[in-house]
Design a protein around this ligand. Structure first.
Ligand SMILES: O=C(O)c1ccccc1NCC(=O)[C@H](O)[C@H](O)COP(=O)(O)O
Length: 257
């Protein structure tokens, strides 16, 4: 159930939410043997790489055009570029994603794969297996605790996405141990890296913390890491051009000049 601020959402986001509510769930309950995301982050750190979740994002409301490459090829280039994990859009109407894309990518790589979608019901968890599933605090509202528990019962790790301290408090109260701060304001669709910088100091050390959205340069990577990001989730800046080179540039941001 959405919290009361739905009217404040950008029209594109209200359309995403309406489509999410209409989307069916899976036929049978899934059971996932998840690849550990926190372990993957720790391994990247140990190797001197910036832990990076690279996102297979064919298009979006703020992207010009659609990238039609095979998502498995894109995923392989991201892993070759040092990606710690992958995020795969499964939202079809506004992002060009699909459950089949996620299934194929997860079969092709050995890193953890996040299902990036706008889930609002328990049944939607059963559409496809993934190592991590996203729950957006603003979209699920008071259902967060229940959906988080339902996802964990299936074996998913859960990334709870927040945009401010109030949503962070709800995520922590619900028991989130992987939290992403989205620098993109779902009301205006603009991105501001200060969002992460304002919320990160209030996240406990035992929570795996991601900075999401709006990262487009090596300096942005370093800035988010200096502000406390254990990992970063990057889509547009990796999908724009040479995917492998873009991924490599960000994952080596702390060992390159
Ligand atoms: O990316 C969008 O245009 C967008 C619009 C409306 C709601 C959500 C949107 N993005 C979802 C995401 O969270 C991003 O795909 C992800 O954080 C990567 O962001 P970026 O690196 O800025 O592409």
């Amino acid at each position: 159930m959405m919290d009361a601020s739905e009217d404040e959402l950008a029209p594109e986001v209200r359309s995403i939410l309406a489509a999410a509510r209409d989307r069916p769930g899976g036929e049978t309950r899934v059971s996932v043997d998840a690849r550990s995301f926190p372990d993957a982050v720790a391994a990247a750190e140990a190797e001197g790489r910036v832990p990076l979740v690279a996102e297979v994002k064919p298009t979006s409301p703020t992207t010009e055009g659609t990238r039609g490459d095979d998502p498995v090829e894109l995923a392989r280039e991201m892993v070759d570029g040092g990606a710690t994990a992958l995020s795969v859009l499964t939202e079809p109407e506004h992002f060009g994603g699909s459950a089949e894309n996620l299934r194929r990518v997860r079969e092709a790589v050995d890193v953890p794969v996040l299902r990036k979608d706008f889930l609002v019901s328990e049944a939607q968890l059963d559409a496809v297996e993934a190592d991590v599933v996203l729950l957006i605090a603003r979209f699920v509202g008071d259902d967060l605790s229940e959906l988080l528990a339902a996802a964990r019962e299936r074996g998913f790790q859960v990334l709870v996405e927040v945009h401010d301290r109030a949503e962070l408090a709800r995520a922590l109260d619900a028991g989130a141990d992987i939290v992403g701060v989205n620098n993109r304001d779902l009301a205006k669709l603009d991105v501001d890296l200060e969002t992460f910088e304002s919320v990160a100091p209030h996240v406990p050390d035992d929570v795996t913390l991601l900075a999401e959205s709006g990262v487009s340069t090596v300096e942005d990577v370093r800035r988010m890491r200096a502000a406390g990001a254990d990992a970063l989730l990057v889509g547009t800046a990796i999908m724009d051009g040479d995917v492998r080179a873009n991924t490599d540039r960000f994952t080596t941001a702390e060992i390159s000049e």
